[in-house]
Design a protein. Structure first.
Length: 299
């Protein structure tokens, strides 16, 4: 009899403990099971009397390791809908604390993704009883930060900033090379497109034209090379000319009593060579560096 009484008391005590910690609601209330408190105190999930996760009342925030005690009073500040507070490290194998958040892709060649979007509850129709049928739907475009760290070489690892309406806007390779509008950068910063430096600048781009031309020996000669763009967009031109690909000369510099000048005419650069001595300068190589605007300049 004493054993039965003891068992009954333990059962009642367990039920009372469950009532303080666990609330079960029937399915017709909208929940199969509801875990929470029945007062204005947070729901605490912990191990060995140590809180780990706080489900806050009020805004309904979730805090991980955000709690602290003042005496015996539990404080549980959460400064966002999901607030993680811990001391992180670079460990990646479980031997240490690791990062605050790990997005772990479950495939050898896929990307881990963090998505940003706007959403809405959209009504799609009504049931026969007039109840609205609604769905949670992403609104418009979204941004992804997508990372891949399993490349065969360091430069095969990549982090992309992606917009669903545009594509990859920026790519960072594992070797530190950065591409803007370029998913395969070839240097520390590789920009595919026009750039602007300062409020008084215009969007501009540069191009390098390498060309080689031969001519007959004469005391004076000329040459025209196409630039692929109109003179109204050109901001500046720098030129070097060589007769042997070893020694390069700018305009006005003399080689064997020979010098040259150039001008921009339409979409071409026109060279004038004078006083060729011994025809050494007939074989010419050109390096033409052009800086040009994204649209015609006013003046």
């Amino acid at each position: 009899m004493k054993k039965v009484l003891t068992t009954s008391l333990l059962f009642l005590l367990t039920i009372q403990l469950l009532q303080a910690q666990l609330v079960l609601r029937p399915a017709d209330d909208g929940f199969q099971m509801f875990l929470g408190s029945d007062n204005e105190r947070p729901t605490v999930i912990g191990v060995d009397d140590t809180p780990i996760m706080i489900l806050s009342d009020g805004y309904g925030n979730i805090g991980v390791n955000t709690h602290f005690y003042t005496g015996n009073t539990l404080n549980y500040p959460t400064h966002s809908k999901f607030h993680i507070r811990t001391r992180s490290s670079g460990h990646n194998d479980g031997s240490g604390q690791g990062p605050q958040l790990l997005l772990d892709e479950n495939s050898p060649d896929g990307y881990s993704r963090l998505r940003f979007r706007n959403s809405w509850i959209r009504t799609t129709g009504y049931t026969q009883t007039g109840t609205a049928v609604s769905i949670l739907e992403g609104r418009g475009r979204y941004w992804d930060i997508a990372a891949f760290g399993n490349g065969e070489a360091l430069e095969n690892d990549r982090l992309n900033i992606y917009n669903s309406g545009y594509g990859n806007a920026m790519t960072i390779l594992g070797n530190g090379w950065v591409g803007i509008n370029n998913t395969n950068p070839e240097t520390r910063l590789d920009v595919n497109g026009f750039t602007k430096s300062g409020s008084e600048s215009v969007p501009y781009k540069t191009k390098l034209i390498n060309s080689q031309a031969t001519g007959t020996c004469s005391s004076n000669s000329s040459l025209s090379i196409g630039l692929g763009l109109n003179e109204n967009r050109i901001i500046s031109v720098d030129v070097l000319v060589s007769h042997d690909n070893n020694n390069w000369y700018g305009p006005g510099e003399r080689f064997n009593n020979h010098e040259y000048a150039y001008k921009i005419s339409g979409s071409n650069i026109d060279f004038e060579f004078g006083a060729v001595a011994g025809c050494d300068f007939i074989l010419r190589s050109y390096r033409i560096w052009v800086t040009y605007a994204s649209a015609d300049l006013d003046y």
